[in-house]
Design a protein around this ligand. Sequence first.
Ligand SMILES: Nc1ncnc2c1ncn2[C@@H]1O[C@H](COP(=O)(O)OP(=O)(O)OP(=O)(O)O)[C@@H](O)[C@H]1O
Length: 264
Amino acid sequence: MITVHHLSVAGSHNRIVHDISFDIKEGEWLALVGQSGSGKSMTASAIGQLLPPNLKAAGEVAYKGKNLLTLSASEMRQIRGKHVSYIFQDYQGSFTPFLTIGRHFEEYQQRHLSLPRSERVRQAKSALVSVGLSEDMYTRYPSQLSGGQLQRVSIAIALLLKPDLLIADEPTTALDSVSSFRVLELLSRLQKETGCAILFITHDLRHVKKYADRIAVMKDGRIIEAGSKHEVLNNPREAYTELLIQSTPAFRSQNLLSAAGVTP
Ligand SMILES: Nc1ncnc2c1ncn2[C@@H]1O[C@H](COP(=O)(O)OP(=O)(O)OP(=O)(O)O)[C@@H](O)[C@H]1O
């Protein structure tokens, strides 16, 4: 559905992403994992032309016969939000404090849809309900919602137009464990309902194990290993992947148990 081909990201003095290739199939959940600084976020940002201005992407991001990297800013705005959507770790930064939640929906709706106002309000309220929030959040301000609630609103907005791909860049890192669990369960349910693919960027292999279909492992700006979740987690080829697995406490104990012949 989206094919990333020989993607590189560089600044004037440094290369951050080195000639990586991968694809994201329709409706699949692909996890991009790797240590902090390995280039996951810059890869995700490059797909939607959201890189910081001092960085440039080269290569190809093929989607529906187009290379997203070569689209003009206005062409890309039509794709972003409608076909490819983002949610970020910094959900606070995605909201403007003096605009109500309803106004945030409006911005999306006015850019991509031509619906009468009453229909826009109805659609937004029903999206709020679909992520487990009440309709009256529509008139609230971001500061009146908790972190978990705001991230749910981000998801509702990101999925409003039923994109083909949702890029979720560490969406639960800033949330407590109960809110993280709810947000991921919600994403998993909405993925099944809408059929969208998810590019999921995370440090947390426990989440990968539970939700992802495939995994790509990044190290120093390169994808060093990729495969199905079971291949990569059960039989890692690379020592670095093994290290990532061993540094996840829940996995370490499980691996020790299975090494001892104990099946959970
Ligand atoms: N605007 C920028 N200019 C130059 N270098 C940058 C810029 N933004 C990020 N970098 C560098 O690019 C590298 C990759 O960063 P990136 O945010 O993609 O890593 P990451 O794997 O997503 O890490 P994390 O898991 O901590 O978010 C880092 O070394 C970072 O310092």
